[in-house]
Write a protein that binds this ligand. Sequence first.
Ligand SMILES: [Zn+2]
Length: 148
Amino acid sequence: MLALALFLIVAAFVLHPILQPAAPEGTNNPDTNFLQARRASVLSALTDLDFDHATGKIGHRDYESERNQLVADGVAVLKQLDAADLTAPAIVNDLDARIEEAVAHIRKPESTPAVAHQFCSQCGAVTQLNDHFCAQCGFALDPRSESA
Ligand SMILES: [Zn+2]
C-alpha cells in the first residue's frame, strides 16, 4: 500500500510536465525555473529516501516523517507551478486582446473613407459629400472646395 502510494506520487511528479501543456521555451520565467528546480530536487530527495529505506539505512519512523515533509514540499511546489503556468498564458492572452482592441480602435476611422463626411463650415454639423445644403442649418455647401 505504501509502495503504491509512493509510486503514484513519483508518477505524478514525473508525468506532471507531460500532462501540462509545455510552456513556450522563450518565456524564461525565473519563478517557474526556480519551482522546476525545486520539484526536481524534491523528486531526487524522495528517490534517495526510498533507496535509503529499502536498503535499511534509515528507520521506518524517520522515513515516514521525512517522506511526509518531502511530499508536502512537492505538493506545494506543484501547486505553485500550476499557478505560474496558468497565470502566464492568461496574462499573455489578456495582453493580446488589449492590443487587438487598441488596433481595432485605431483602424476604425481609417476604414471609413475620409471623403465620406464633411463638416458644415457654418454650424459644424456632419454633412454628406454630395449634400448641397447643410441639413442642420441650411447653409449652402460647396463640397468640391472642401475635399481638395
Ligand atoms: Zn450647418
